[in-house]
Write a protein that binds this ligand. Structure first.
Ligand SMILES: *Cc1c(COP(=O)(O)O)cnc(C)c1O
Length: 377
């Protein structure tokens, strides 16, 4: 039996939609499927304005430009995150100030943020790890008090909520990912959510290479030209057609992923009491969108041995981020603060296979191997 860590799910409607896009004769960006995807997100989650992007990385880069990050500006974000969260701001010359994770969750500890704010701080970038919400009440309170922008890295957070409000709707700007490792995928793809109207017009311009082309095509101006900086951050209609097929199956995909997540949880729950092992904890007021099922082992050594045991049985379990403050690129730039909880998740967290087509039989098999691992220890 071979079980990969991830297997991108295909709904079967993707090729049909792509054929339609080709037949319509328009396959560059911002066409009918892009509009359909935009409408989907506005209707389903109440987002005011959205723009599909070529990736979440690019949506974050757009956000950094939109809030006008200048060299020397400081941006606070967790060290336990993907490199794109930081790169987007580094590319504008920002100084990254890394926050530690919480003791109870890989998400950054909201109570640690206020001590990191200086006169140069411009923004806070919460990352909703495993699609589970950061403490958004506290983060928004701190940001508002200090006049800071909040940019949500909601790459993993599709269809997840905090106090009933969708993730991605809290910050002035938010970024989602449709990379093939995410719940809803388009191979590569992303989306910028614009919750603050002051950014609406400029976002569209930056998205279209610094031109007012989108306005022109709506007939709002009679010629278009170069009006700002920008890049080519809009995906082709082929990507949008693919994504739209996935969006039409969002509820089905989400239900199955959450069901798989819950089965893991119920099968492993009792081990937590007997052994040095922690199961994921859904933070207060947050929902679980079935993006990642992880375990936290007692040590790096334990984790390595569990990963090895599973691999010997054809099962691919994987660790996740290495603390960015301690990375080859950043180490010399870090201010020297210890971030023990970030290092803890770097060393001890392991992600188990989780995807739509994973069967309950496979989950039972994985769980019995994990049980055996602890019982024999
Ligand atoms: C996947 C991911 C990204 C990057 O998404 P892409 O669409 O691949 O650019 C950024 N941040 C986090 C937290 C992610 O999980």
């Amino acid at each position: 039996m071979k079980i990969p860590y991830n297997k991108p799910y295909l709904t079967g409607l993707e090729t049909k939609n792509i054929r339609k896009a080709i037949k319509a004769g328009k396959i560059s960006g911002n066409g009918q499927f892009t509009a359909l995807c935009h409408d989907f997100f506005k209707t389903k989650y109440g987002f005011q304005n959205v723009l599909l992007t070529t990736s979440c990385t690019h949506a974050l880069e757009m956000a950094a430009i939109l809030i006008d990050i200048q060299p020397g500006d400081e941006v606070i974000m967790p060290s336990y995150t993907f490199v794109s969260t930081a790169n987007a701001f580094i590319l504008r010359g920002a100084k990254i100030v890394f926050a530690d994770s919480s003791e109870f969750h890989p998400n950054m500890a909201a109570e640690s943020l206020e001590s990191l704010i200086t006169e140069k701080t411009r923004a806070i970038v919460p990352v909703h790890y495993a699609g589970m919400a950061c403490d958004m009440d506290e983060i928004m309170r701190i940001a508002n008090k200090h006049y800071l922008f909040v940019i949500e890295d909601a790459a993993q957070a599709i269809d997840s909520f905090y106090k009933g409000k969708p993730l991605g709707s809290f910050g002035q700007l938010s970024a989602f990912s449709f990379h093939e490792t995410k719940n809803i995928n388009a191979g590569e793809g992303g989306m910028l959510v614009i919750n603050d109207d002051q950014f609406k017009k400029r976002a569209e311009i930056i998205w279209e290479k610094g031109t007012n082309r989108a306005e022109f095509f709506r007939g709002e101006v009679n010629k278009y030209g170069w009006v700002d900086i920008g890049s080519s951050w809009l995906p082709s209609e082929i990507t949008a057609a693919f994504l739209y097929a996935q969006l039409n199956c969002l509820e089905k995909i989400q239900a199955k992923r959450v069901q798989n997540w819950n089965l893991y949880f119920s099968l492993l729950k009792d081990l937590e009491e007997k052994y040095d092992l922690k199961l994921p904890r859904v933070p207060e007021h947050a929902t679980n969108n079935g993006h990642i099922f992880y375990l936290i082992l007692g040590s790096l050594d334990d984790r390595t041995r569990l990963i090895t045991k599973l691999r010997e049985n054809g099962i691919l379990a994987v660790f996740h981020y290495l603390s960015l403050h301690d990375s080859v690129y950043f180490k010399d730039k870090h201010d020297g603060r210890k971030l023990p909880w970030s290092d803890y998740y770097s060393d001890c967290l392991v992600r188990l296979p989780l995807y739509y087509e994973l069967s309950s039989r496979e989950i039972r098999k994985i769980c019995s191997l994990i049980r055996e691992f602890f019982e024999k220890k």
